[in-house]
Write a protein that binds this ligand. Structure first.
Ligand code: CA
Length: 232
């Protein structure tokens, strides 16, 4: 899954990120409310983990703004504010669950499972993404082209998963950057182009045209309709 962690305490953000990565998830961290809201509104995450006491915008406001903007990504609040009033307020603002700090990682995993089970059936259907010859198993993180397994790095997988979840949709470099690297990257970096180049080398193989189309000056999109391998 793609998880957005909105947390200003670096130690906690690192702890969450390390643990969730070990479970096979891909994480992006936002260190304040504004970044968190902006990334979550951009909207390609399967789950949000949200602290409340954040610099910039308070977590309640982030939560409320997301729901007002019809972003229904499952959301779990992780907060040191532990009174009943705080919990009730968080749930009323649209959170799916509320955990008080400190929490055990095992419990967080169990709560994530519950929240994801309750959320839309599409999340379950999409455990294996298949677009033309490309297949990505989000659970085992196996990626294949025409049935052939391809070794990928975490960042390469994150980009291809993003493109595969919205085939045909144009992704600007900025959008890929914020979804895969977070917002702390220099917007002028060419890292996205470098990674698209690496991906093409790995996946294009026998295809005449690249499966990842460049739209000059605008960005990239997955374009595979005419070259779909019939065997998959
Ligand atoms: Ca905080």
């Amino acid at each position: 899954m793609r998880i957005l962690i909105v947390e200003d305490e670096v130690r906690i953000a690192d702890f969450l990120q390390r643990g969730l990565r070990a479970e096979g998830h891909f994480c992006v961290v936002a260190n304040d409310g504004e970044q968190g809201l902006s990334l979550a509104l951009d909207g390609d995450f399967d789950l949000l983990l949200l602290d409340l006491m954040l610099p910039g915008i308070h977590g309640h406001e982030v939560c409320q703004q997301l729901r007002i903007n019809k972003i229904n990504t499952p959301l779990i609040i992780l907060s040191a504010m532990d009174s009943l009033d705080d919990v009730v307020a968080g749930l009323r603002m649209g959170a799916d669950d509320y955990m008080t700090k400190p929490f055990s990682f095992e419990e967080l995993l169990a709560r994530i499972e519950t929240v994801m089970r309750r959320s839309s059936a599409t999340a379950i259907q999409e455990q294996i993404l298949k677009i033309g010859p490309l297949a990505f198993d989000r659970q085992s993180l196996r990626f294949s082209v025409g049935g052939r397994n391809i070794k990928m790095t975490a960042k390469e997988l994150a980009i291809i998963e993003l493109l595969m979840s919205h085939p045909g949709t144009l992704f600007s470099r900025e959008r890929i950057l914020s979804n895969v690297w977070g917002l702390n990257m220099d917007p002028l970096t060419n890292v996205v182009d470098v990674y698209i180049g690496k991906l093409r080398k790995k996946i294009d193989g026998e295809f005449d045209n690249s499966l990842i189309e460049t739209v000059r000056g605008l960005g990239y999109r997955l374009h595979i309709e005419s070259q779909t391998d019939e065997s998959c």
